[in-house]
Design a protein around this ligand. Structure first.
Ligand SMILES: Cc1ncc(COP(=O)(O)O)c(C=O)c1O
Length: 460
């Protein structure tokens, strides 16, 4: 793949040229295909006062000023933000003080096509200018087209369906409710749900019950009941836990938050066999690993299994919030019926248009092959660096361990040197860059890493 694929041709974040909308351009007679759109007069009325967005969106003010305002206005759940970011283009972002960074985290596996991608930007704008939101009493072409596309790329069997949410945790909540609906009989109720140690499935109450980290869970007890966690990667432990009271097993093909830990080969297949035999659902959480992140549409696609459900979010909207639950086959898809679940924003026309645009670019520009190549290049380079003890992951979801507990200091040294990386553990660094990261950009990080490690160690 050439170096500029998918990156803003201007490279400076300038407004994108209008592009045809992938759904609307092909729908006859729709105003989206270029005709003038009649707008009511009040939309042309002057807006009194100075627009609050003018200084906010251009980021006028120093990073320190913004952080002072942040700490007095935002809930402290995220701690102190590392930087105030004001602009992005491709794999680069800039902070409020004008400093440039190579973004090797991509909003934690979200900015699949980097920042300010011209095609995604123009599709979102065009959809917003055409039909921005409808209630779920109605539907829209982009919602339907995206559902069809997701079923297609996930090779879902006939009778499969999609539910749209707005985030990963909401996709998991929908999956949790799906699992509860696999309720067994009065004589033999299914109340047990199994997840893995190290699992991260989100922060809302149902998702938190599936998430294993005690520090996240303990302050919010009691969590929804019936969830047990079994040791990661131990198929015998999973088999032993599954019985005829089991409603579902939730698995991430690669545990991202736990430091990019792939399940061992054969695990998904064995899990499928054990869940099928017991009548339990197998639900794969591909919120972080799905939509090209591993160089495949789904990280699980090589396992040769058909799961009962898959959750997606993060990269799906190319930076626009959207989540999805895919239910596989007619029986599982019938578990949730009219009125049993819902959301105001889920399947919103703009979000689904953003996702369609993202999928269109990923497919059209052969980005998945590029992800496999650059990912391999990056992993090989990392493995050769002194102080890196293990490299894990697939495609552009990469975790590597260090020979000392200096990961947090590496993140800081990286920021100072113009690189955004993340430390999911004391000696682990995670990379989840835009899928359009070039080999040259990967090399820039590889060349800088030895010095970052040294700086981090010197700071201890
Ligand atoms: C595997 C997995 N599931 C669920 C979630 C929750 O997604 P969100 O943060 O969009 O709620 C995450 C987020 O990191 C995740 O990695």
């Amino acid at each position: 793949m050439n170096e500029t694929v998918g990156v803003s041709p201007t490279g400076d974040g300038a407004p994108a040229r209008p592009q045809p909308h992938p759904v609307l351009a092909s729908s006859d007679g729709d105003p989206g295909d270029g005709g003038p759109i009649a707008v009511p007069d009040h939309t042309r009325a002057p807006i009194a006062g100075s627009a609050p967005t003018a200084s906010v969106m251009t980021g006028t003010g120093s990073g320190a000023d913004w952080l002072a305002r942040y700490s007095s206005s935002l809930l402290g759940v995220f701690g102190t933000p590392q930087r105030v970011l004001v602009r992005g283009a491709g794999c680069l972002v800039w902070d409020a003080d004008g400093k440039e960074y190579l973004d090797l985290l991509g909003g934690i596996a979200v900015n699949a096509l980097g920042h300010a991608h011209p095609f995604v930007t123009s599709v979102i704008s065009s959809q917003l200018a055409t039909l921005g939101h409808v209630s779920n009493f109605f539907t829209s072409p982009t919602q339907i087209a995206l559902a069809e596309k997701l079923l297609d790329i996930s090779k879902a069997p006939a009778g499969s369906k999609v539910f749209f949410a707005n985030s990963g945790t909401e996709a998991i909540e929908a999956a949790f409710k799906l699992a509860r609906r696999n309720s067994g009989s009065e004589a033999q109720p299914r109340t047990k749900i199994i997840a893995l140690e190290g699992a991260f499935h989100g922060r809302t109450m149902g998702a938190l019950a599936l998430t294993s980290k005690e520090a996240y869970r303990a302050p919010f007890a009691p969590l929804p009941g019936g969830v047990v966690h079994v040791p990661f990667g131990d198929i015998d432990a999973l088999r032993a836990a599954i019985d005829d009271t089991t409603a579902a097993v939730f698995l991430e093909p690669i545990q991202g938050e736990a430091g990019v830990r792939p399940l061992p080969a054969g695990y998904l297949r064995a899990a499928r066999e054990a869940t099928s035999a017991a009548g339990a659902l197998l639900i794969l959480d591909e919120v972080q690993t799905g939509i090209g992140r591993t160089g495949k549409w789904l990280a699980s696609e090589d396992a040769g299994i058909v799961p009962d459900a898959v959750t997606l979010a993060k990269g799906l909207g190319g930076g626009f919030p959207i989540g999805a639950l895919l239910t596989f086959g007619p029986e599982v898809s019938a578990l949730l019926s009219a009125g049993q679940h819902g959301t105001t924003f889920g399947g919103n026309p703009v979000a689904t248009a953003a996702a369609l645009a993202t999928l269109h670019v990923l497919e059209n520009q052969q980005v998945l092959g590029h992800v496999r190549e650059v990912g391999e290049h990056l992993r090989t380079g990392l493995a050769g660096i002194d102080g890196v003890t293990e490299v894990r992951g697939e495609g552009l979801l990469i975790g590597f361990d260090l020979d000392a507990d200096v990961a947090a200091a590496v993140v800081t040294a990286g920021l100072d040197a113009g690189f955004i990386v993340n430390s999911p553990g004391p000696h682990t660094i995670r990379l989840a860059p835009p899928l359009i990261l070039t080999a040259a950009q990967a090399d820039r990080f590889l060349a800088a890493l030895p010095a970052l490690l040294q700086t981090a160690k010197d700071a201890q």
